[in-house]
Ligand binder design. Structure first.
Ligand SMILES: C[S@@+](CC[C@H](N)C(=O)[O-])C[C@H]1O[C@@H](n2cnc3c(N)ncnc32)[C@H](O)[C@@H]1O
Length: 278
């Protein structure tokens, strides 16, 4: 099942995984949110740190803030960079950065003017990866990080890796979630009937993100291959909960002493991927 068809042109710094492990673990000990279940844990935070340290983007756009752990990481790794933090529900924040510019409109509806060439966009919002790549390309953003790039249906949305395994994501929302979606959709129709000025686009986009079925054909992975200068999926740091066939070999045989306290978090691995567009 494991497909690497898109992996290419890996910059030398991406493979130097362990150079930053110690300094990262010292920073990670000071993180503001100790229980970040549902958000980023040690391995993803470490690889994000590695990318930030090497690329040093002047602007980082993050989509998917949740409690705010990734915002804290960006702010503390690159204190001189600008940050735009997007989440359609900013109420879950526990760490609020004084530096970041928060926005609640979906990435695709934003205006991004005068973007620096090395702008990095970080997607951790469970929105279709293919759409996010197309939108980044539209904005002229070359550096992209994709969280949760699962190879099979174990994620809850269409990922890039699924496309490279010829898998169209078929979402199975729970019964209550479907009823809520039905209620929201009915509301849209009623507003369309009675409110002549009502524009349903954002609400319909929300509906689309509640039922996340996706359809692509075989040409899609070819199109993406042509668009990518680099595709690199980070390996797990250590053995984890995934089937070995679906992910790379871990880079560590044993957990080093200095990160032993994060052993539980190390089990969590989600195929975090870095892409550079041409
Ligand atoms: C996995 S969490 C993000 C974790 C976070 N990066 C961290 O540091 O732990 C996913 C977040 O994406 C948000 N989200 C869902 N749809 C979104 C969208 N269309 N745009 C931006 N954020 C979205 C959710 O509200 C949720 O807070």
């Amino acid at each position: 099942m494991h497909s690497n068809i898109l992996e290419k042109n890996i910059p030398f710094w991406l493979d130097k995984h362990l150079d930053f492990l110690n300094e990262f673990s010292l920073l990670y000990k000071t993180r503001p949110i100790k229980n970040n279940k549902g958000g980023m844990l040690f391995t993803h935070m470490f690889y994000f740190y590695l990318i930030l340290k090497n690329l040093k983007p002047e602007l980082i756009i993050e989509s998917g803030v949740y409690k705010g752990q990734s915002t804290w990481l960006i702010e503390n790794t690159l204190p001189n960079s600008k940050i735009i933090s997007i989440d359609i529900d900013l109420n879950k924040r526990e760490y609020i950065s004084k530096k970041s510019e928060y926005r609640s409109l979906d990435f695709k509806y934003n205006e991004f003017k005068n973007l620096p060439n090395n702008t990095l966009v970080f997607f951790d919002d469970h929105v279709n990866h293919i759409e996010r790549i197309k939108q980044s390309n539209f904005f002229g953003i070359k550096h992209i990080i994709l969280e949760d790039n699962y190879p099979t249906s174990e994620g809850d949305f269409q990922t890039l890796k699924q496309i490279s395994n010829s898998l169209n994501f078929n979402h199975k929302p729970g019964f209550l979630s479907l009823i809520k979606t039905y209620y929201q959709f009915t509301n849209i129709i009623i507003k369309k009937i009675f409110l002549s000025k009502y524009n349903s686009d954002i609400d319909l986009n929300n509906i689309n993100q509640r039922i996340r079925d996706a359809f692509y054909n075989k040409e899609t992975s070819r199109y993406l291959n042509d668009l990518f200068e680099t595709y690199y999926e980070f390996p797990p740091l250590i053995n984890n909960n995934h089937n070995n066939k679906t992910c790379k070999k871990p880079i560590l045989q044993e957990t080093p002493e200095n990160i032993l306290e994060f052993s539980n978090e190390l089990l969590d691995y989600n195929f975090i991927t870095y892409i550079k567009l041409k």
